[in-house]
Design a protein around this ligand. Structure first.
Ligand code: NAI
Length: 296
């Protein structure tokens, strides 16, 4: 077992839907966790999201008050990347954009110790490509959690062409130690889950675009007959339509515009309208004023 020692601090960059959840997982496992976001507001929101989640766990009798306080005590908001210096593992969960991720990892290399592990929670970008501009690409690995990270069991550990076996093994074992069902995947576009899931969203969007059925009907069919926990539209609204559209484009382009992966104009319209799903109050469904999504 080569899991990261609990005395090793972890850092999470990006305190959005995924970053906050990942920070919670690492702090729950027992690590000191530094959380950075370029938006102070997002950082506050992320930490308060963790606090609410833990308070509910206490209410439901799933966690002791003292454990909740200990987890929150291990979480530290920071306002500069320099403050992440002590971290032995940095997990990046910022915007799904190659250039932005490359820039942040480049800055981190100058701050962290040479043996610090750089992990990206990217849903679809190539770990090989993110690492190509780094001084130490062997230290970069994909550590792909699913939403919501504290609940979803799966983590895909992604090796880029340059990722060292030692780093991949440490991240794999750390993920297992954090209670996750962990798998290795190579850096192919969309890895495993997001590659296969493109058809789940894509075909559902095609049915809707052709006027075959409305969103709620399609979701109900997939839930009831398909056995999926969530239908494609409610799932896209939870993931975030901005994030999901970026992933659709990235997988489509990585496969040389293979028509199988062509993003839908409906997605494009949703993003253009700022209808990102639950996080913005509107998406395929309307969540404003606490509205629940309609049943067919
Ligand atoms: P989000 O939009 O909820 O949060 C992203 C956060 O990163 C924001 O708070 C933003 O202020 C911050 N940020 C952006 N650029 C930054 C920078 N240069 N430096 C510091 N902070 C920065 O996005 P979400 O959904 O958390 O996704 C983050 C990453 O995780 C993306 O790469 C996405 O593909 C991936 N992912 C998303 C999943 C989902 O279901 N939403 C599931 C698994 C992976």
């Amino acid at each position: 077992m080569t899991a990261l020692d609990l005395s090793s601090p972890v850092a999470v960059i990006g305190a959005g839907a995924m970053g906050a959840g990942i920070a919670q997982v690492a702090a729950t496992a027992g690590h000191t966790v530094y959380v950075f976001d370029m938006s102070e507001e997002a950082l506050e929101r992320g930490i308060s999201q963790i606090s609410t989640f833990l308070a509910r766990s206490v209410e439901k009798g799933k966690m002791e008050e003292a454990d909740k306080d200990a987890i929150l005590g291990r979480l530290h908001k920071v306002s500069t990347l320099e403050e992440l210096k002590p971290a032995k593992l940095v997990i990046e969960a910022i915007v799904e954009n190659l250039d932005v991720k490359r820039k942040v990892f480049g800055q981190l290399e100058d701050i962290l110790s040479d043996d610090a592990i750089l992990a990206s929670n990217t849903s679809s970008l190539s770990i090989t490509e993110i690492g190509a501009t780094l001084k130490r690409p062997e230290n970069l690995v994909g550590m792909h959690f699913f939403n919501p990270a504290p609940i979803m069991k799966l983590v895909e550990v992604i090796r880029g062409l340059a990722t060292s076996d030692e780093i991949a093994d440490i991240v794999f074992d750390t993920s297992v130690a954090w209670g996750k069902k962990t798998v290795f995947a190579k850096s192919t576009p969309g890895f495993i889950v997001n590659r296969v899931a493109r058809s789940y969203y894509g075909e559902a969007l095609r049915v809707a675009q052709e006027g075959g059925a409305d969103y709620a009907t399609i979701d109900a069919c997939l839930r009831e007959a398909g056995g999926f926990r969530m239908g494609p539209f409610e799932l896209m609204d939870m993931i975030g339509n901005d994030v999901n559209f970026a992933v659709s484009n990235s997988v489509y382009n990585a496969y040389y515009q293979d028509p199988r992966f062509k993003p839908s104009l409906i997605q494009q319209e949703m993003v253009a309208a700022g209808r990102f799903g639950r996080k913005s109050g509107q998406g395929y469904y309307d969540y404003r004023d606490g509205a629940e999504k309609p049943e067919p």
